[in-house]
Design a protein around this ligand. Sequence first.
Ligand code: NAI
Length: 252
Amino acid sequence: MTKRLKGKRVIVIGSATGIGAATVQRLVEEGAHVCAADINLEGAERLAGQVGGDSFAVPVDIADEASVGIAVARAVEELGGLDGVHINAADLRVIFQDSNALDVDLAVFDRTIAVNLRGHLLCTRAVLPHLLASQAGAIVYTSSGSARGGEPERPCYAMSKGGLEALMRHVASRWGREGITANVVAPGFTMTQEMQAGGQVPQAVIDHFLDSGRSFRLGRSEDQAAVAAMLLSDDGRWINGQVINVNGGAMF
Ligand code: NAI
C-alpha cells in the first residue's frame, strides 16, 4: 500500500470497533501516526496493539466536555501536533432503542443528541485550533443516509445526523479559507460486528436493498475506511463541504 499519509498525525474518535477500527488500520497502513480514542479504552488499546505501527489509544467520552479536552490534549502532545481527525463515534445501543415521533423516549433523544451532535461539536471545538496550526487540517465526520433518506423508525438518529451534516458545512464554510477541509462519509448498510451480532437491520430491509440491483453486496467497514483515508490525505485537499455517500448505490 502506498504511504500517502506518511507524516500525518491523526485522531480517530470512536475507533474501538467497526468503521473507526478499520479506519485506524487503514491510516496506519498508509503511514499515518494515529491516536485511537474511544469510550471503550480496552477495545481501543487492543486495536492499537493489533495494528501496531504508529498507533496508541486514549480514553474519551465525547458526551463529556472535560473528557474531550483531556483526550485531545493527550493525543496532540503524543502526536506532536494534528493534521486530521475522523469523528465517528455513535452509541449503537441507544440508537437501536429509537422508535418513532409518537412513541419516542426523550432519554433516548437526549443521549443520541449528546453523543451524535453535542459531542461532535465538542470534539470539533477541541481539535480546530490544532488543525489550524497545521495549516492543512482535515476533519471527516461519519453521518448516515438516515440524515436525508427519511427514517420511519429512528427519528432521533436521523435528526442527529442531519444536524451533524449542518455542522460539517459550517466548518467547511467558515474555515476553508484557512486551510481546513470538513467532509462527511455517509455509510449505507455496513456489516460491522455490532450490526451482525445485533441483527439490527431487518432481513427484509437488507433483501430490499440487494433486490434493487444497485449493489452486489452489503458494505464493509473497509469501504468506509478507504474513503475516510482519502479525505484525510492530500488527495482530498480540494474536497470541502461534501457528503460522500458510500452506500453501494442506494439513492440517499
Ligand atoms: P460501532 O459501534 O462499531 O462503532 C462506534 C464506536 O463509537 C465504538 O467503538 C464505540 O465504543 C464508540 N463510542 C460510542 N459512544 C462513544 C462516546 N460517547 N465517546 C466515544 N466513543 C464512543 O459502530 P459502526 O457501525 O462502526 O458506526 C460508526 C459510525 O458509522 C457511527 O457514527 C454510525 O452512526 C455510522 N453509520 C454506520 C452504519 C452501519 O451500517 N454500520 C450506517 C450508517 C452510519
